[in-house]
Design a binder for this molecule. Structure first.
Ligand SMILES: [Zn+2]
Length: 307
């Protein structure tokens, strides 16, 4: 008798459960494997990303360092260039100063060669003007400042602006100041002296210079007067015009040649000579007379005569 084994329900149930368990384990194992594979890939990816980042950052740093070096080099170059510029500017300044000094020297030399040394000479019995001496250029004094209308009064063209300023200033101050005479030639001076000598004899020597001794021949000396005084020069000393001249003439470069008690001529309060503003101011400040200082001291003012 074929005995068919009879399996109980429990047997089948257990068998199915076991089968399911085995299947479940297999599925789980498969998933675990797949997951681990994926994790590996992710890890590998991560590693390469980190490598890439490391490489990138090191490249960046080296580039940055390179740029920094370049910047330092550039700054150094710039600094050197600045130093060169400073040195160049200094050199140019120095050169300019030297040129300036040279120009100044040339100006002084030019003035020395073009300014007539006679214009600051003291005239005495030993030193006098040549009969042929004539100022380089003469100009007419403005007519309103002439004593005699129509009679031409001339003066050195270089002195004229100073004299005009003086006369204008006096006029502005309400002072009656005009010019009686200016330039006189050697011949004119001789004729004048002869007239005086005829009238006054040897006494004329006291107030009239001989030919060649007169400052009027220089063209830089003038005899001032007032409209009310005219040719009566003896009255000039007490005039308002004279007081004004004593206070102001030096500002325009004029000095009184023959003050009281001088050793050359009689007192001539009307006779003023142009010696330049620098020397005139110096004489006024020191209360000195032109004829009382040494010729070599006077000569130092020749280059600034018309300044
Ligand atoms: Zn005079």
């Amino acid at each position: 008798m074929d005995e068919t084994p009879k399996h109980s329900l429990a047997y089948w149930l257990v068998s199915i459960l076991l089968l399911l368990l085995v299947l479940g384990l297999a599925v789980q194992a498969y998933f675990m494997y797949t997951l681990s594979q994926k994790l590996n890939i992710v890890n590998q990816n991560n590693a390469s990303t980190t490598d890439a980042l490391t490489t990138l950052s090191s490249t960046t740093i080296s580039r940055f360092e390179e740029n920094e070096k370049k910047f330092v080099q550039f700054s150094d170059m710039l600094y050197e260039e600045q130093q060169v510029t400073v040195a160049l500017t200094d050199a140019v300044d120095k050169f300019k100063r030297q040129v300036g000094k040279l120009t100044g020297t040339v100006d002084t030399l030019e003035k020395l060669t073009t300014t007539d040394p006679e214009l600051l000479q003291k005239y005495s019995r030993i030193y006098f003007l040549n009969e042929h001496y004539k100022p380089a250029d003469l100009s007419l004094i403005e007519e309103k400042f002439d004593y005699v209308n129509g009679k031409e009064v001339t003066i050195s063209s270089e002195v004229l602006p100073f004299l005009s300023d003086l006369l204008e200033e006096a006029e502005d101050d309400g002072v009656d100041l005009i010019v009686l005479s200016g330039y006189r030639s050697f011949t004119e001076q001789g004729t004048l002296k002869n007239v005086y000598t005829t009238n006054y004899g040897v006494g004329a020597n006291r107030f009239s210079a001989d030919q060649g001794y007169s400052e009027h021949q220089l063209g830089t000396a003038v005899d001032f007067t007032s409209t009310s005084i005219g040719e009566n020069l003896s009255q000039f000393e007490h005039s308002e015009a004279h007081t004004w001249l004593l206070q102001n003439a030096h500002k325009y470069g004029f000095v009184m040649s023959y003050p009281e008690n001088n050793e050359y001529y009689m007192y001539e309060p009307w006779h003023w000579r142009f010696v330049g503003t620098k020397l005139a101011r110096y004489l006024d400040r020191e209360a000195k007379n032109f004829y009382d200082i040494e010729q070599r001291e006077i000569d130092t003012y020749i280059t600034s005569l018309f300044d």
